[in-house]
Design a protein around this ligand. Structure first.
Ligand SMILES: *Cc1c(COP(=O)(O)O)cnc(C)c1O
Length: 386
């Protein structure tokens, strides 16, 4: 095979995701997995039944239409109108994807030229760095720093260069739990307009905000035509295995993203698309109860982690809590997380893997709270005995 590395240079160093490593450790040690963010209970029964019905009635068992089934595109458009007053044409301004992950990949692959720069909030969700690299572009981090994890918008201004093509934001933000405020988004939007930048916004936790409100940047002046908004059914409806996501954007942007998307998966998840169309139309009580439930779990885990000696940064959104392990006499989150399953049977994720600037995240560790109350309680009691 010669001496040339098999994995290309763009992906070098991106071996196995930390989630694969830590989930394997969880299985091998029989640990409670508070690493990867997936719920340990399924979403609403009626949504599950809608998927079964679609499957039985042969709706979606063969290739669905490339942009997504009309029922789902219509439901996505209604959802944007209902929650944010944003009007999208389901035929030209909505695109269904294989989860938010494919939407992110397709958008970056479609919109970037090699050599372009992308400014993204660091710590990054792990697929951002890989997809920016696959597009041949360069990521430029705007680092969110403890204890507040707010973006420094003066710094953002200095990071913009003639090569900057787009801003990649994520609100509510995984892993810090930061929810960008209306003021922060207004400043970011102003910079995007001033420098004629595109914006990709990952809003998969849009319904998981505690107290603070989620604001879509697409609603701000001058942003409708330059924003690719991305969301997904996985987090909102607790069906992370279904991989149904969507893009809302102008016809020109949707058309560009669809061009890349059609050669990645072409289509996906036929019967689940019908079920998600029903899920998006659930009454407000579903969304309120879901949020209240997660808020209770957040507080349960936050209190437990504090009692176990961690410094807890209480998240305003998402289903993750970032902690600092310094008060435990520890300094290195990666070592800490590798040892934790053996020590006490709990798996967590070291935030350092989400940073280019390894020092900024060295002592930070992320736990998820989208688990049953008794699982969280047991995890906390194990962590106290650590
Ligand atoms: C989970 C997650 C995704 C992936 O969503 P899928 O719909 O499962 O592909 C994307 N972005 C963030 C920030 C996430 O946490």
């Amino acid at each position: 095979m010669g001496t040339r590395p098999l994995l290309n240079r763009r992906l070098a160093g991106m071996g196995t995701t930390i989630f694969a490593e830590m989930s394997a450790l969880a299985t091998a040690t029989g640990s409670i997995n508070l690493g990867q963010g997936f719920p340990d209970t399924d979403g609403p029964e009626e949504v599950r039944e809608a998927a079964v019905r679609a499957l039985r009635e042969s709706r979606g068992n063969q290739y669905p239409p490339g942009p997504g089934i009309p029922e789902l595109r219509q439901a996505v458009a209604e959802h944007q109108q209902r929650f944010y007053g944003l009007a999208y044409d389901p035929d030209t301004e909505v695109l269904v994807t294989a989860g938010a992950t494919e939407a992110i990949a397709a958008a970056l692959l479609a919109l970037l030229e090699p050599g372009d720069e992308v400014i993204a909030l660091e710590p990054f969700y792990d697929s951002y760095a890989a997809c920016i690299a696959m597009a041949g572009a360069t990521r430029v981090p705007l680092t969110l720093r403890a204890p507040d994890f707010r973006p420094d918008l003066d710094e953002l201004r200095t990071l913009i260069t003639p090569r900057t093509r787009l801003l990649l934001i994520n609100t509510p933000h995984n892993p810090t739990g930061t929810v960008l405020t209306a003021d922060e988004l207004t400043t970011i939007a102003g910079l995007a307009v001033e420098h004629d930048l595109l914006v990709i916004t990952d809003e998969v936790y849009e319904h998981l905000v505690f107290g603070a409100a989620h604001h879509p940047i697409a609603a701000l002046p001058g942003m409708r035509e330059r924003t690719v908004a991305i969301s997904s059914a996985g987090k909102t409806f607790s069906f992370t295995g279904w991989k149904v996501g969507w893009v809302t954007a102008s016809p020109a942007l949707v058309s560009a993203v669809r061009t890349a998307k059609q050669y990645l998966t072409y289509v996906s998840a036929g019967p689940f698309q019908y079920a998600v169309a029903e899920a998006l139309r659930l009454p407000g009580t579903y969304f309120d109860t879901f949020r209240e439930d997660l808020l209770r779990k957040r507080d349960l885990l936050a209190d437990g982690l504090s009692a176990a000696g961690f410094r807890v940064f209480n998240p305003e959104g998402t289903y993750f809590i970032t902690t600092d392990i310094t008060p435990l006499g520890e300094t290195d989150g990666i070592e800490f997380c590798r040892a934790l399953p053996e020590r006490c049977g709990v798996v967590a994720i070291p935030n350092a893997v989400f940073y280019d600037d390894a020092d900024a995240g060295r002592s930070l560790v992320r736990f998820t709270f989208c688990k049953k109350d008794e699982v969280l309680a047991e995890a906390v009691s194990r962590l106290r005995r650590r």
